[in-house]
Design a binder for this molecule. Structure first.
Ligand code: NAP
Length: 356
């Protein structure tokens, strides 16, 4: 029997991506959906302004949307794509009621006892779950901001091989990262908006937690410095970033490319259904990577890296790209849930009640 997933924020851009990616998932099925009181009481097919290319799965279209603020969904665990203005309170309520909460929202990402997880990078951080104190078996696991995830995955093999000392990054972020309806067309078309509220703080802090070491039940954040400029560009999906790094141990571009090409997922992650064949791909093509051509690599779960070269100011520079609503949101959260389920940390709720 499949584990039953509830989707909080099911009508939004990320919520819809969950529903689309979970169709025919081998382990999980969508059993309930919730959003704001604006959508509550309607059939999902009527409430959602559907943006995905595939049709709404008919079983989900017929579910009645519940008010996320006032009910607990009938499910074994929840994925949250809630707006951050409400995610904190609602996710906490689920954790206190004993549900595993797999969240995309920013609210709990930097809490000391909450894993900020990229399964290929820091699976051991799941140990933090045992330190959470909600008064129940519930817990919260988060995935990174959609611009942090590609940067962190590209930095991981370089950090392991050479040590990162400084990072200077400029992001060019897709419109779908702002949700629906998102950025007004007169601001976004044929334009670049040089500011995304709150984004630079996340890109400057989240990689340090993710690349930190778990010791005695606590994460020691890494201490290198990141300077970020985040911009919004008229691209639909895929956040591109140009990155310059200073390394602790000098390395040629060729050695850095070898480190990226040698990166493999831990065996506990590689066999999961949502794990891409390659978490990182590198190409020597001078015009690689591009959002329109490469954001969907590995069903949107592969991070693409290109243009590794010497940097005249720091040591090396490169370009990286991640699909923001898949690797940077719903797909990343589903991989997190698969890792948890493979470790027996998501159970059928009847089993949870029987154990208690
Ligand atoms: P979105 O399209 O604006 O969707 C927001 C969702 O939250 C909708 O389902 C909305 O329901 C619900 N909601 C809003 N106010 C609510 C309330 N008062 N009570 C209950 N539900 C409420 O946003 P999104 O882009 O999907 O982002 C969702 C979350 O994921 C955000 O926290 C965002 O920061 C994060 N995230 C997004 C991306 C991305 O690439 N888009 C990537 C990573 C993380 P209604 O439709 O009923 O209003």
């Amino acid at each position: 029997m499949k584990l039953r997933a509830g989707i909080l924020g099911a009508t939004g851009a990320v919520g819809q991506k969950f529903i689309s990616l979970l169709q025919d998932h081998p382990w999980f099925e969508v059993s309930a959906v919730a959003a704001s009181e604006r959508s509550a009481g309607k059939l999902y097919g009527d409430a959602a302004h559907w943006l995905e290319e595939s049709e709404i799965p008919s079983r989900v279209a017929e579910l009645t949307v519940q008010d996320a603020s006032h009910v607990l969904l009938d499910c074994d665990f929840v994925f949250s794509g809630l707006d951050s203005s409400v995610a904190g309170e609602i996710e906490e309520r689920y954790a206190r009621a004993g549900y595993p909460v797999i969240s995309n929202a920013k609210n709990f990402r930097m809490n000391a006892d909450v894993p900020l997880l990229i399964p290929e990078v820091n699976p051991e951080h799941l140990g933090l779950i045992d330190t959470q104190k909600w008064g129940s078996d519930g817990y919260i696991v988060t995935n990174p901001n959609c611009a942090s995830v590609g940067l962190t995955m590209a930095l991981k093999p370089l950090h392991d091989a050479f040590g990162i000392e400084l990072v200077h990054v400029t992001t060019m972020q897709a419109l779908s990262g702002a949700g629906y309806p998102g950025v007004p067309s007169l601001d976004s078309l044929a334009n670049v908006v040089p500011f995304i509220s709150g984004e630079e703080d996340k890109v400057e802090s989240e990689p340090l937690k993710i690349l930190g070491k778990l010791s005695s039940g606590q994460i020691q954040h890494d201490s290198f410095s990141i300077s970020a400029t985040c911009t919004r560009v008229p691209v639909i999906d895929g956040h591109l970033a140009t990155v310059s790094v200073k390394l602790r141990k000098s390395a040629s571009p060729e050695a850095a490319i070898r480190a990226i090409n040698a990166f493999t997922s831990p065996s506990s992650v590689a066999h999961l259904p949502g794990s891409p064949e390659k978490a990182l791909q590198y190409s020597d093509d001078a015009s690689f990577p591009q959002p329109r051509r490469h954001a969907n690599a590995g069903q949107g779960m592969t991070v693409s890296v290109g243009r590794m070269r010497a940097c005249p100011i720091l040591d090396l520079k490169f370009v990286c790209l991640a699909h923001n609503t898949i690797r940077g949101a719903a797909g990343g959260a589903i991989l997190n849930a698969e890792l948890l389920a493979s470790q027996g940390k998501i159970k059928h709720r009847s089993e949870v009640h029987a154990l208690n």
